[in-house]
Ligand binder design. Sequence first.
Ligand code: BDR
Ligand code: CA
Length: 309
Amino acid sequence: MEKKKIILDCDPGHDDAVAIMLAAKSEKLDLLGITVVAGNQTLEKTQVNARNVCQCLGLDVPVYAGCGQPMVREKMVAADIHGETGLDGPVFEPLTKPLEEKHAVQFIIDTLMGSDGDITMVTTGPMTNLAMAMRMEPRIVEKIEQIVLMGGAYTNGNVTPAAEFNIIADADAAYVCFTSGRPITMVGLDVTRKALCYPAVVDRMEKVGNKASKLFVDLMRHFCKSQKEVFGWEGGPLHDPITIAYLLDPSVLTVKPMHAEIDIRSTQSYGRTNCDYFGYQKLEPTADVAVDIDVEKFWDIIEDGLRKY
Ligand code: BDR
Ligand code: CA
């Protein structure tokens, strides 16, 4: 079976780290590179975190650092959830895995331009790197097979009532990507909030008993603690790996085509993904928006992913 080629653009981040884990060892995916952006923490920290995860798991995947700030607005981070390092919890060995010299945006451009239009862009952080690549080299747009992103919500946000973190952290970038005309699958809070990593899930994954499950457990113990402090939940939503799980088995999500627009103009609703769930506007759908998730199937995919290490 031919592997699906992907570039994972992320801001690790506890759930980004699990997305890396799931993507890197799958026999269905060819992870061409990990591109990193500022988001959950500063770029200096997120790129170190991506390399730490790869080193800890023995992954030979190149890591590229990209944009350290949004296209237009001021940078925001999510230290309340992910901690000072952006990946609080696990203790890593001294870091030896190098950072690639090429800028992530250049890597995205070069890789897409050299491709046959068969690469999926997966974004699990603010969409700055991808949007910048589209602006720097517009010919890449038609080379993107599809964009699968974790971000947005057609219900409530998690930074404001309207906006989800990855979108509000660089709404202009999301606007560029959502108006690119490429096929988009939006995996938003509407489904990720159903994939709550309860202590029972953490215990289940711990039983896998290898280095990946240890990292998963160390990550999730911190992540769940901060989710409880911030949102009052027993289990944290494991947002980002749902993008990868969907590529591995699309039946894990139910998606609905909708016209989806990023609000970059208003004050209260800035960064909202306005999704026309009921089709009121009679406009062409611009995204397949995830509306439901088979949670049991998702945890099975995570466990299978951990067992590959
Ligand atoms: C998203 O924001 C980040 O904190 C997580 O890594 C995830 O990508 C959820 O809103
Ligand atoms: Ca993320």
